[in-house]
Design a protein around this ligand. Sequence first.
Ligand SMILES: O=C(CO)[C@@H](O)[C@H](O)COP(=O)(O)O
Length: 216
Amino acid sequence: MIKVAPSLLAADFCNMEKGVRKMEEAGADYLHCDVMDGVFVPNYSFGFQMIEGLKKITDIPLDVHLMITQPERYIERFAQAGSDIITVHAEATKHLQRVLKQIEQCGRKPAVVLNPATPLDMIQYVLDDVDMVLLMSVNPGYGGQGFIPVVLQKVRDLKAMIDAHGKEIDIEIDGGVNFENAPKLIEAGANVLVAGSSVFNDPDPALAVKRLRESK
Ligand SMILES: O=C(CO)[C@@H](O)[C@H](O)COP(=O)(O)O
């Protein structure tokens, strides 16, 4: 089953609740929450308070993508705030396996993410420690960027790596996901699609979510 995770980065920050309600009506599987620290990526977004606030107003699982350096400093706080999935960048910590265990010990689902230029080898030795691998298909920091085509092959390679490993692990893709590339991504092995602009900017977000989910 394909899951769609609308990215709140594309919502109106002055009216976040309206965006959440729209995504509830649209049948979103997760709410993708991009946390940025202005260091790991050249942009700021929001932090714990936003996650806490979101948790109070919706039952949609919160898929929290930490674009921050040394995420180990803040795992407990993001877990307490109500994150359901916590995703950390392999490039952002010297102790990846330890951070993933920290997330698990906090009772949240651990996931790891790679920037487009980071090779898959980097996560070979943490597959036992994750429920999901996220591949960035844009350089993180901003919504509305174009999909980097070479990532399609990376999805295929990741799928083969996971199948060879033998554990069920979700493959999530984030950045420039749209109706054109979604079928190819699903065919390559992705089963969770993050979508900002293609859902929030669509006049009919419910139809957009359905189209992405049923992409063939
Ligand atoms: O993490 C990021 C950007 O850093 C993404 O979640 C984007 O927010 C996705 O937006 P679109 O590319 O789908 O507009």
